[in-house]
Design a protein around this ligand. Structure first.
Ligand code: NOJ
Length: 718
């Protein structure tokens, strides 16, 4: 990194204040047509009923895009969000390089969250593979495809620990565990950034949303966050730190406030922690319009103040609000923003551009490479592998699954034929029609399918088995898609009851962006496969699992509550002084069980695994735990072996279980393996009341097994 500092200094010395501020303005192309509102406002208008869905569609198809080329020529734009084709990117880049005074190239950012054109499962789904190698490979693929379309930065990975199933953005991250999310985030950073940003097939990773966005009060999107510093450091920071350590070159501050200070203007976060404590030298990019929204938060008195607050806190790039571009020049002129702050921010942007090699190779792709990379067949194969590995077999009573081939299958459900819903949230660069629906796949396999509808569902009585493809359409999760009721939407449960009444074996295939509250289904439906939103190869992957061509191996990374009223619900909770139980004065709800419907780490296979012999050894710097696992069924299969610990008494109450290590292992029928986990003693530590990190001697319970709720347990004294 040092190698660019002289060039950055030289360049800064030649730049006017306007040009420095230009580097900090990230422009999103605005829509132009017979209206003059932003895309976001247009969406708002459809949602609040000012325009119909049809009108919205008409406006969008007639709209053009304005890239503000005059501003670009004048050096007032440093980067774009929302350009996703090489021709447009190169056209704009040419203006930046050839027509601006200093020829500083642009960078292009985009939301490549779970694949670009070849869409892989939503992150929450993919996290259920517990497979860092897979996470890295899918990110590498996304980087190749997206960089070929002229993109340089992805606004990913999203590593917000999320423990509230009501929050729509739970779909975008790796679930509820900090360590698993850390491993997921670091793997994604490695995959996106490859061997170094100089290579044209890489993307700079912009880790988001810094920080604690997943803890939004009540699971309502954008809501406030207020928590102890200990909890913040133990539960919400590890994934960000891991991504920074993995070399992520950008960080996106979150929309929310933390204890009253919006993240966009939070100096403790953006400077003291990120830069000073962690040594981050990359770029901070605001969330969309978030700098201006500090006024709505009631933190900054006006847009001028918001601009000053943000840059002084450590924000480099203002995405979309235009506040930096409108306010910073005059703030610099009157001395309210010192030149050092502008130089730091512009310097961070220039450093990234040097690292991306843009000064020497401003056109990192072209239309030929773009055409070559799009949806390469090998990419589809990887998307299918990822989708298979992300699926979680929640229940399989009496071996309902796998299905035999050649049965007469009754297929019901709003998601059976849907292609575009398989994409899930944030697949902005993708074509829904490129997805394989469940029905597409069944037909392609030559299965006999009777399509059941609300009208003819009695025909299910003539079928050998029924598949109910239910859950959430893609709009029901993701940003601004929190739900107060997380049950099956739209009367689906009533229909499920009718189908069950036919007396045929029913398999519920759930497509969704969040854990759903399905206590009735969990009790009555014999087989349930959680497919999430699996991406382009959805139907093929579901069929692979349903027919047993693939043995399911996914394990939940998020708890399934029985009702929204139990949220937030997560395995690593602390006990109260009156732990939940049957007695009157215990911590529980009167009308919901204390246990989740499906716990963190749960997931079945078509074979069975047994555990024995959990042993511990005291190593120099780590506790060594080992456990034997055996495939006692008659099929080969993968098991995700999990190891947890509990600190039995400490000066701050500790979680009843906390993930310490895990490993995915493949076992042939009858094969046994002893797995060894090294658990650094540091993992057993915590922040005390004065924020000192301590590793306290004492008793610990160590657990190992195939789910957080089904483990062997041994005591260990430190
Ligand atoms: C808003 C979202 O919060 C963020 O995740 C995304 O990257 C930006 N918009 C840009 O699209």
């Amino acid at each position: 990194m040092e190698r660019y500092e002289d060039r950055i200094r030289e360049l800064l010395a030649q730049m006017t204040v306007e040009e420095k501020v230009g580097q900090l303005h990230q422009c999103g192309p605005s829509l132009v047509g017979t209206f003059d509102v932003s895309f976001e406002e247009l969406l708002n208008m459809m949602f609040d009923g000012r325009i119909s869905e049809e009108e919205f569609g008409r406006i969008m198809s007639a709209a053009g895009r304005d890239f503000h080329e005059d501003d670009l020529r004048a050096g007032r734009i440093g980067s774009y969000n929302g350009v996703s084709d090489a021709a447009t990117a190169n056209r704009l880049q040419k203006i930046a390089v050839e027509e601006t005074r200093l020829g500083i190239p642009l960078f292009f950012g985009y939301d490549v969250i779970h694949g670009f054109r070849t869409v892989t499962p939503i992150p929450l789904g993919e996290s259920c593979a517990w497979d860092p190698d897979l996470w890295e490979r899918t990110a590498r693929m996304a980087a190749k495809e997206a960089s070929a379309a002229g993109i340089h930065m992805t606004f990913a990975p999203m590593v917000d620990v999320a423990r509230d199933a009501r929050w729509g953005r739970i779909s975008e991250g790796a679930g509820e565990d900090p360590d698993l999310t850390a491993a997921y985030g670091a793997a994604k950073v490695r995959g996106f950034q490859g061997t170094g940003l100089g290579a044209p097939d890489t993307l700079a990773a912009c880790v988001k949303h810094f920080a604690a966005y997943g803890a939004a009060e009540g699971g309502r999107d954008y809501n406030r966050v207020d928590m102890s510093p200990q909890r913040f450091c133990e539960e919400y920071m590890p994934p960000f730190k891991a991504c920074v350590e993995a070399g992520a070159r950008a960080v996106m501050p979150a929309f929310n406030d933390i204890s009253g200070v919006p993240c966009s203007v939070n100096k403790k976060l953006l400077t003291d922690l990120l830069r000073d404590a962690w040594g981050f030298t990359g770029v901070t990019v605001s969330d969309s319009n978030a700098v201006a929204e500090c006024v709505d938060h009631g933190y900054s008195a006006d847009r001028t103040r918001a601009a000053r607050d943000a840059i002084m806190a450590g924000m480099d790039v203002d995405m979309a609000s235009g506040v930096f571009s409108q306010e910073l020049v005059k703030l610099a002129a009157c001395g309210a923003v010192p030149m050092e702050a502008l130089d730091r921010a512009a310097g961070d942007v220039l450093r990234l551009k040097f690292e991306l090699g843009l000064f020497d190779h401003p056109y990192r792709s072209d239309t030929e490479r773009e055409a070559r990379e799009v949806m390469d067949p090998a990419y589809r194969a990887l998307a299918r592998e990822a989708a298979v590995k992300s699926m979680v077999l929640l229940k399989n009573e009496g071996d309902t699954l796998p299905l035999k081939k050649g049965l007469r299958l009754g297929v019901y459900g709003p998601l059976a034929a849907s292609r575009s819903d398989m994409l899930g949230s944030w697949a902005v660069g993708a074509d829904g029609e490129a997805c394989v629906s469940l029905l597409d796949a069944l037909e392609a396999r030559g299965e006999t399918v009777v399509r059941l509808t609300d009208e003819n569902w009695e025909q299910g009585a003539d079928c050998d088995a029924i598949i109910a493809a239910m859950g959430e359409r893609k709009e029901l999760s993701g940003e601004a898609a929190s739900r107060a009721d997380i049950g099956l939407p739209g009367g689906q449960e009533d229909m499920l009851k009718k189908l069950m009444g036919l007396g045929k074996p029913v398999t519920l295939v759930l497509f969704s962006g969040r854990p759903l509250a399905i206590p009735w289904a969990a009790e009555h439906v014999p087989a349930i496969l959680m497919a999430w939103h699996p991406g382009v190869e959805a139907g093929n992957a579901v069929a692979d699992v349903l027919f047993g061509d693939e043995n399911p191996s996914g394990k939940l990374t998020t708890t399934f509550p029985a009702a929204a009223g139990q949220c937030p619900m997560y395995y690593a909770h602390c006990n109260t002084g009156r732990p939940g139980g049957r007695g009157k004065f215990t911590s529980k709800y009167l009308d919901a069980p204390i246990e989740p419907v499906y716990p963190f780490g749960h997931g079945l296979s078509y074979t069975r695994f047994e555990y024995e012999g959990l042993h511990m050894l005291r190593g120099q710097s780590a506790l060594i735990a080992s456990v034997a696992v055996k495939n006692v069924g008659d099929r080969p299969g993968d098991e995700i072996v999990q190891c947890y610990f509990r600190d039995l008494a400490a000066k701050r109450v500790r979680p009843v279980k906390k993930l310490a290590a895990y490993e995915r292992v493949h076992l042939e029928p009858g094969e046994a393996r002893r797995l060894t986990f090294e658990i650094p003693y540091e993992k057993l530590g915590y922040y005390d009341a004065d924020m000192n990190f301590v590793i306290e001697p004492g008793d610990f319970d160590i657990f190992a097994g195939g789910s957080s709720a089904d483990c062997l347990c041994e005591r260990f004294s430190l």
